[in-house]
Structures are given as C-alpha cells and as structure tokens.
Design a protein around this ligand. Structure first.
Ligand code: DSN
Length: 415
C-alpha cells in the first residue's frame, strides 16, 4: 500500500476517508464504464511539487517566472499526445471534459450558432447540447438520435438532418454508445455543408490510442478527450486540432476559459501517455474490448436486451425492463454486492433520467486489474443472480463475499 505517513499523522480525519475509499476500491468491483485505475507512477506525478506553480501561458510563453521545468513537463505531455493520436497540435491544459468542450465551442463558434449533437438519452453527453447544460443554453443545438430498431446511428438520417439544419459544427463521440463511429461519414456530411467536425472521444480514447478503434484525429477539425477513462491517466482533458486551428484553440483554453494550468496533473498526463505508447497498452485495450464483447454476449444469453445487440468498445447499455426493475434499482442492489455500475437511460426511455430503465456496464477497470474472460463470465453470473434474486439478502451477502475474494486476487495497481 502507498505510504501516506504525513497525511495520516497530520490529518487523521481526511486520512480515514481516504483509507476507507482505498479499501472499497481494493475489495469491490468497478464496472462503471468511465472509471479506471491509474498506475502508481501516474498517482505519484499527481502528488508532486508541480502543484505549487502558476504558469499561465504555454511552454516558452508564460506570464510568470520560474517555469523552465514546467515547460519541460508540459512539452513532454504535448509531444507524447501528438504521437499517440497522430495529432498536429495538442493543448494539454483543459481541466476536465466539459471545460475542454466549452473551450472547443468557444474556439470555433459563437453563442446562438447552430450545432448538431447526439441526444443525451441516446448516448450523448450533457455538454453536447442538453438544455440544462451551458452547451444547450448558449448554442442552438439540434439533436440527432440512434435508430430505435438497431440502437445504432443511422448516417443517412444524420445527413438528412445536417442538410436540413445546416449547423456550423457537427459533434460526434459519445458517453453511452457501444458501436464504432463512422468518422469519415461525419466528415463527408460536414464537408457538404461547410461545418466544423468535433469529436469527443473521452470514452474510447485509450482504445483509439492503442489502434483498436478508428481514430478521428487525422481528419476531424478538433477532438477532445478526458485523460482518466480508457486512457488510464489523471483526471483531466486535452484538445487536439489541425495546426491551422492551434492559435484559436490555445486562446480559447487560456485566457478564454481557464487561468493557471494544473501542472502536476499535466505531468501525470505525460506519464500516462508514455504508458499508452507502450506495447502492453495495446494488449490492455484489446482485452478491454474482448471482455466487453463477452460481457454483452453473456447478458444477451441470460435474456437481457443489450442496446444495439452487442458492443465494439468497452461499454454496453443493458435494459433492465425484462427483469422487472429500473436501472436505479439495479444500481442499488449491485452496490449491496460490492459491484459499482451507473444507471443509464435507454433510447426513447419511458422513465426519467434519475430513474431510467438501463444500466451502463464497462470493462476498463476490471481489465486493468487483469481480469479476463473467465472472470467476466463469473461477474455477469453474479450480476444476474443479484438482479433476479434481489430480495434474498443472504444471496446478496454471498455474492459480495465472492466479489471481494475475486477482487483481492486481482489487486489494483495504484494501491
Ligand atoms: N461522467 C462521464 C461518464 O460517466 O461517462 C461523462 O462525463
């Protein structure tokens, strides 16, 4: 276990909460599709003295003195991200996904401009135009949907909507969509109407970096991603764009959106990108997808409706309706068994977002622990047993014990 001796001695109250979370992570199963475990090296970089620095600006052009080593660390992060995604230009300073997306809109369009994005309840993200989010408040979003039969995006319908609405920007890349995205088709549609192309690859960035999914970076105008999901880095984000948009993107991040970058986090991003450039990361990404495909197949065998009938990536949305409970109820029951998941809307969900019909499952975290097909089969068996026998307290306790035993067999790397 990492040694937090100063924190323990000085602030036992905070340390107690941290310790309990460490035990929870060590003993429980993480199936939330957007979560992962960093390496010890990434964790250590986040705890360095780089947090003490102010460095508004960019390498070589800062508004504070003493930034020579911050420049060094930020440049490593930039160069590694460029290599990882074949990007012309990278800004590694965005603090997280939504601020990164805000900076993208700020760089390319004006308030009131028309934008096309996927509906949140069809797998999109709040920052892709939901009315309660800044994106939906500031910009004039038209939302596209997944096909109600296939659960997949119908590119002909996207094209029809785009030609009719003529948005200034088209957003692709999602939070709860299990299929490969036809980036080239999006680009072709955008070119027909002279729109910018913006990909938010927060969920699949690690799979794309590993070459296991198609990469929009070489031909989209701008691409954002968080760094803490499949990419397995610290919490944060980056923006990648064509060189011709570099200035406007950098200006939108700073001074447009943010002040001082979080230099300790940017150093940790550099470490994570270094890890993702290694051959082992490709093996990791392959296994994430293999585990997810098997998980979806197992759910289908057990009579669940998996939206789009399978997955090409690390996640799936599973409809709980046939089992007689809501996604929220399933989330609560699984939590009692030491299994974390996130409730999710299903396309055209008759239920509200706080109590939707589905659950989103993902394999990035369990795969980081080293779990493979044999474990995935057992996990789906436990999930199903918990859901089907939700009133059997003894059974739920028994599953919790088995979950803990398996988790202790596959320790997480950062503890
Ligand atoms: N909260 C993230 C997720 O769970 O997908 C998206 O921002």
């Amino acid at each position: 276990m990492l040694n937090y001796k100063n924190l323990s001695a000085q602030d036992p109250e905070v340390m107690a909460a941290v310790k309990k979370e460490m035990v929870r992570q060590a003993e429980e199963m993480e199936l939330i599709a957007s979560e992962n475990y960093t390496s010890k090296a990434v964790l250590e970089a986040m705890g360095t003295v780089l947090t003490n620095k102010y460095s508004e600006g960019y390498p070589g052009h800062r508004y504070y003195g003493g930034n020579q080593y911050i420049d060094e660390a930020e440049t490593i992060a930039i160069e590694r991200a460029k290599k990882l995604f074949s990007a012309e230009h990278v800004n590694v300073q965005p603090l997280s996904g939504s601020p990164a997306n805000a900076a993208v809109y700020f760089a390319f369009i004006k308030p009131g401009d028309k934008v096309l994005g996927l509906r949140l309840d069809h797998g999109g993200h709040l920052s892709h135009g939901h009315p309660i989010n800044f994106s939906g408040m500031l910009y004039n979003f038209t939302q596209y949907e997944v096909d109600s039969e296939t659960g997949k995006i119908d590119m002909e319908k996207v094209r029809e909507t785009a030609l009719r609405e003529k948005p200034k920007m088209i957003v692709a890349g999602y939070s709860a969509y299990a299929r490969e995205i036809e980036w080239q088709k999006f680009k072709d549609i955008a070119d027909e109407i002279g729109a910018f192309t913006f990909a938010d690859i927060a969920h699949t960035a690690g799979l794309i970096a590993a070459g296991e999914m198609n990469n929009p970076v070489p031909f989209f105008d701008v691409v954002s991603t968080t760094t803490h999901k499949t990419l397995r880095g610290p919490r944060g984000a980056i923006i990648m764009c064509k060189e011709k948009f570099a200035k406007q993107v950098d200006r939108a991040v700073f001074p447009g959106m943010q002040g001082g970058p979080h230099d300790h986090i940017n150093a940790a991003k550099a470490v994570a990108f270094g890890e993702a450039l290694r051959p082992e990361f490709k093996e990791y990404a392959k296994q994430v997808i293999a585990n997810a495909k098997l998980m979806a197949e197992e759910f289908i065998k057990l009579g669940y409706r998996v939206i789009s009938n399978g997955t090409d990536n690390h996640l799936m949305v599973v409809d709980m309706t046939a089992k007689g409970l809501s996604g929220k109820e399933a989330e609560v029951i699984l939590e009692r068994c030491g299994i974390s998941v996130s409730r999710s809307t299903i396309p055209n969900d008759p239920n509200p977002p706080m109590n939707p019909s589905g659950v989103r499952f993902g394999t990035p975290a369990v795969t980081t622990r080293g779990m493979k097909q044999a474990e995935i089969k057992k996990i789906v068996g436990w999930v199903n047993a918990a859901i089907e026998q939700k009133d059997e307290s003894e059974m739920l306790e028994n599953i919790k014990t088995q979950v803990k035993e398996m988790c202790l067999e596959f320790p997480i790397p950062s503890i």
